[in-house]
Design a binder for this molecule. Structure first.
Ligand code: AMP
Ligand code: GLY
Length: 432
């Protein structure tokens, strides 16, 4: 079988790595991939949002299965286009992708399905939004309706900050059309966790739980990033809490989408806040999480291609995945300056050494292969550069493994958090 993986991050490296292990798979193609994929996948020089280019490639190569990493092509309708041409592709179609593509769609769907989430109001009129904010309880959360590369959510501590943000979204159009409409919602308190499931439109199979670390610096300081590390399982998600999330959140959403004639097939990612009143939804994503996937897939013993095919065939009823009991921790290594501006082209040393270490996998994200005077090497080419992932019998051992991996690697300006997994240690009672 020929499988095409779309995207270029750490998540896509993890997907290619796992898919390449399937006995059903002959060749993996990665479009556009990254520097870590040489030898594992054939690199296709087409960007993830070039739906026409990807279609041409998939048709000419007779690709048997396409797996989409990032949200943009899903929200752009790649599943509809590929399906019209008779190509098998894993993910929700354009309408179902609105669960991530439009926060208003997602919130209204949750309200209709009685799914617990923060109280909210929707505005398409700047003046009305301002009027509402002047008498709202603070803090509030302001969200651009459309995709904003993970930057469209702001927690505002006071009215002035809230007014400045709606202005920047709705009047200055900081995110273009994505911010013309906004959701203003109650700020939830608690601990975040990610529940990622695969659905065939009716049935659902949960993946292992995980948690990521969004801020750039230790102790959750500094600006939000795409994610600086993750671990799986997440001790906060006990099996009774997982059952509750499935019953109160995931199943009602899948049922509601089906009843609205928008059946949801693919990966559904629920960002959950575990509040004192129970689990509430912060957001839905229509794809695998990054870096959660890098911490989840090394624990998956089952064949990923099998579950994907079952989702496409509507055959997930009663299906269960098999997991390694070990814990897994992914430490993201980034370029100096990220999530602001950063330099590229720094030579990365120690990759071979880290790769040869037991129970360590190094997933690449912003890396590029270069050859200089006959010598080949890997250089940085993005903000998040690597996901150094360690497996261990306990979360503590997995953390130690991942950091053993990072200590083998170096490049100019290399940054990573030193406290990935610390929250899990607190839950497990290992530290206070
Ligand atoms: P989103 O893009 O909706 O996932 O939001 C990004 C991040 O903003 C989440 O992971 C949370 O950390 C935070 N967030 C979003 N909504 C809320 C909320 N209602 N209350 C508190 N934090 C929130
Ligand atoms: N780790 C958060 C996300 O994938 O959106």
């Amino acid at each position: 079988m020929k499988v095409l993986v779309i995207g270029s991050g750490g998540r896509e490296h993890a997907l290619c790595w796992k898919i390449a292990q399937s006995p059903k798979v002959e060749t993996v193609f990665a479009a556009p991939g990254n520097g870590g994929l040489y030898g594992m996948a054939d690199i296709v020089d087409t960007e993830a949002d070039d739906i026409d280019g990807l279609l041409k490639f998939a048709l000419s190569e007779k690709i048997d299965l396409t797996v989409v990493g990032p949200e943009a092509p899903l929200v752009g309708g790649i599943v509809d286009v590929f399906s019209r041409h008779g190509l098998r592709i894993f993910g929700p179609d354009k309408r179902a992708s609105l669960l991530e593509g439009s926060k208003i769609f997602a919130k209204e769907m949750m309200r209709r399905c009685n799914v617990p989430t923060a109280d909210f109001s929707v505005f398409d009129d700047y003046k009305k939004a301002c009027g509402y904010l002047k008498s709202a309880d603070m803090p509030v959360v302001i969200k651009a309706d459309g995709l904003a590369a993970g930057k469209g959510v702001v927690i505002c501590r006071d009215v002035d900050e809230a007014l400045a943000n709606v202005r920047s979204f709705m009047v200055d159009k900081r995110f273009g059309a994505s911010g013309e409409k906004v959701v203003i919602e109650e700020c939830l308190e608690g601990e975040e966790a990610s529940i990622i499931v695969v659905s065939d439109g009716v049935n659902v199979v949960p993946l292992a739980s995980s948690q990521d670390h969004k801020r750039i610096f230790d102790e959750d300081k500094g600006p939000n990033t795409g994610g600086m590390g993750a671990y799986s399982p997440a001790p906060i998600i006990t099996s009774s809490l997982e059952q509750r999330i499935m019953k109160e959140i995931i199943m009602p959403m899948i049922k509601g989408m089906r009843q609205d004639n928008v059946p949801y097939k693919g990966v559904l990612y629920a960002g959950i806040m575990v509040t004192k009143d129970g689990p509430k939804v912060l957001e839905f994503n229509v794809r695998f999480g990054d870096p959660e996937t890098q911490a989840i897939l090394p624990r998956l013993k089952s064949d990923l291609v099998d579950i994907i095919e079952r989702s496409l065939d509507g055959d997930l009823k009663g299906f269960r995945l098999s997991w390694d009991k070990k814990s897994c921790v992914c430490v993201v290594v980034s370029s100096k300056g990220y999530p602001g501006s950063y330099e590229k082209g720094k030579i990365i040393k120690g990759l071979e050494k880290a790769k040869s270490m037991e129970d360590i996998v190094v997933f690449h994200a912003g890396t590029k292969k270069i050859s200089d005077g006959g010598k080949e090497g890997i250089v940085t080419s993005g903000g998040r550069v690597l996901g150094v992932t360690g497996l261990g019998e306990t979360i503590e051992l997995a953390i130690n493994k991942a950091y053993e991996g990072t200590s083998a690697i170096s490049f100019e300006g290399m940054h990573f958090r030193r406290d990935i997994g610390k929250r899990a240690l607190r839950h497990s009672g290992i530290i206070l």
